[in-house]
Design a protein around this ligand. Structure first.
Ligand code: FAD
Ligand code: DLZ
Ligand code: SF4
Length: 516
């Protein structure tokens, strides 16, 4: 009796470039890996050209790396003839052609791809096995276990749980180091005029070949690229170099200038590790370990609050957002608490606006496929919320424009943290501000066409009237929120005339939004 030889096909997605995954511990001639450049992934939204190039370059480098370790691999390039441009069709074709008897994949991070692969597996006649991606510090459903019975999700509770569970910055009595969980009051300063942040660590990859292939295949993209000098890390070594650079030069200032913004300073002391992390070229564990090790080696150079602020982003916010995603999808993608319906202004795609804060944040997003957190939250996100933009449009923009945008971390930040479209699952109040916050945290207002001190009249800053109009329009939904109810006292203390002038000004700006 002849037994059929077992042959396994293992799918590696473009954001699963984790060379430390246990899959790669042993070489097995009966296992073949497959990676594919597919239009189902490039075209589900219009992406920044740097994002598509970055993913393909990182995927190709990873493919080379596992082949160098003698693993067998099939790599379908964008313009290969036998590429059906969908994960399912390509896998079915390969399974039939090469007579694979098993199909294996790692849990994808996106709900859409999860459903796609589950549907594929339900049709396959071969056996199937799903593996953990071995990247995150939490499982997909850990948040549900921590907050049972619809208990209010709180990032701070989750963060403390993570610190204790992983014994990160915890003393011998299981208490937080230096007696406090959070040192934010020492952080978040404006950049002084005299302070020039360090120039960012940039790479110089020649990826013009990939750019040409993308152009040839007619994929529509946004943004600009210098593909001969591609600045983002596209392999593990470059990712580790960026991590070392961050830890040595940026961490000592990270918390202090975390929320600072300035014209022509596009990354300040931010790590820009999000692309490397989200493609899994590096792990969150090695990022925090590296930062902590550096702190203990150089306590005179790195103050504790800088380190704690950074660790919170990685083991707190990043893992928390993933937990919220898996707890709340697919409904999350339909939430629109304020029932906002407006279109994004055209200038979100060009940066051609007279509002200096928005111009700077958008132009650098087009140029680098990157903006740092507070630009995403308090400039582009803040304006979109005040202007009543449909969260579907806001999601499309964020998902497309940023090199690090993958839905699990994009949508929870955009719909949740930034647009409050989830009605308060992620945040406890909408992140909105008038010009006074922007002027406090940046120097954008100094060179702006608009006057940050004025609510109405010529050159009044649009943020100011839109801010009050937002409160006025959503009183039914916000008045009982204890974190914002005092704003209604301020609003009501204004005279009827003042309030009606402000609303008139806001309405005028909304009607002429493309001219702002
Ligand atoms: P740093 O400031 O150096 O922070 C270090 C790391 O902490 C980041 O690389 C990231 O992995 C993690 N982190 C920090 N804040 C968050 C957060 N709120 N949620 C999850 N992780 C966090 N991040 C993405 O990775 N992809 C996205 O598509 C994305 N979209 C966003 C959309 C909006 C509207 C907002 C407000 C935030 C978004 N973020 C997103 C979170 C955050 O802005 C980015 O992670 C960060 O700007 C990436 O730059 P950095 O690596 O220099 O971060
Ligand atoms: C973002 C992206 C892009 C642009 N292209 C591909 C691709 O061609 N092939 C691929 O496997 N992955 C790509 N990705 C990343 C995927 O969108 C990501 O792996 C899924 O969304 C799962 O999270
Ligand atoms: Fe932005 Fe208003 Fe300041 Fe101009 S004045 S930079 S629009 S906040």
């Amino acid at each position: 009796m002849s037994t059929q030889k077992q042959k396994t096909l293992r799918l590696i997605l473009g954001d699963q470039l984790n060379i430390q995954h246990s899959w790669f511990n042993t070489v097995d001639d009966d296992v073949t890996y497959v990676m594919m450049e597919v239009k189902s992934e490039t075209d589900y939204v219009k992406h920044h050209i740097q994002k598509v190039i970055g993913f393909f370059a990182a995927m190709r480098n990873f493919a080379q790396e596992i082949q160098n370790k003698n693993h067998q691999l099939i790599y379908l390039k964008l313009n290969d003839e036998n590429n059906f441009h969908r994960f399912d069709e390509n896998c079915i074709e390969l399974i039939n052609k090469h007579k694979f008897t098993k199909f294996e994949y790692q849990e994808p991070d996106e709900y859409r791809v999860d459903i796609h692969l589950k549907t594929l597996c339900s049709k396959l006649k071969v056996s199937v096995k799903v593996f953990d991606s071995e990247h995150f510090l939490t499982s997909r459903h850990e948040l549900r276990e921590l907050f049972p019975n619809n208990k209010k999700l709180l990032m701070e509770t989750f963060y403390r749980y993570m610190r204790k569970k992983h014994q990160i910055l915890i003393d011998a009595d299981n208490k937080p180091l230096f007696g406090k969980w959070n040192f934010d009051q020492d952080n978040r300063k404006k950049l002084p005029k005299s302070h020039k942040p360090i120039s960012p660590c940039l790479f110089s990859n020649d990826l013009s070949q990939i750019e040409n292939e993308i152009i040839k295949s007619n994929i529509h993209t946004i943004g600009v690229v210098n593909s001969k000098n591609f600045i983002w890390p596209v392999n593990r070594l470059q990712s580790l170099t960026l991590l070392d650079f961050f830890v040595e030069h940026c961490l000592p200032f990270f918390g202090t200038f975390q929320d600072a913004m300035a014209p022509n300073e596009w990354s300040i002391y931010h790590s820009r590790l999000s692309f490397s992390l989200n493609t899994k070229l590096i792990t969150p564990r090695e990022v925090v370990e590296s930062a902590i090790e550096s702190y203990f080696k150089n306590p005179q150079k790195i103050e504790y609050h800088q380190l704690e602020g950074f660790v919170r982003q990685i083991i707190g916010w990043r893992e928390y957002m993933r937990g919220v995603y898996w707890l709340k999808m697919p409904e999350y993608a339909t939430l629109n608490f304020f029932e906002h319906k407006n279109d994004l202004p055209d200038w979100y795609w060009t940066g051609k606006t007279k509002m200096n804060c928005l111009k700077n944040s958008i132009v650098q997003s087009i140029e680098f496929a990157y903006a740092h957190h507070i630009q995403r939250l308090m400039i582009t996100g803040n304006f979109a919320l005040l202007a009543g933009i449909n969260p579907v449009k806001v999601d499309e923009w964020y998902l497309g424009i940023y090199i690090d945008a993958i839905e699990w971390v994009e949508i929870t930040n955009t719909r949740g943290m930034s647009q409050f479209a989830d009605g308060g699952i992620v945040g406890t109040k909408p992140y909105i501000s008038s010009a006074s916050y922007i002027n406090k945290m940046s120097s954008y207002c100094n060179d702006c066409h608009y006057d940050h001190t004025k609510k109405t009249g010529q050159k009044a800053c649009p943020f100011n009237s839109l801010y009050w109009k937002f409160y006025e329009s959503h009183e039914d939904k916000l008045y009982n929120n204890p974190r914002v109810s005092m704003m209604y006292n301020v609003w009501r203390k204004m005279s009827d005339d003042a309030r009606s002038e402000i609303i008139k000004q806001a309405d005028y700006y909304l009607e002429h939004i493309n001219d702002l």
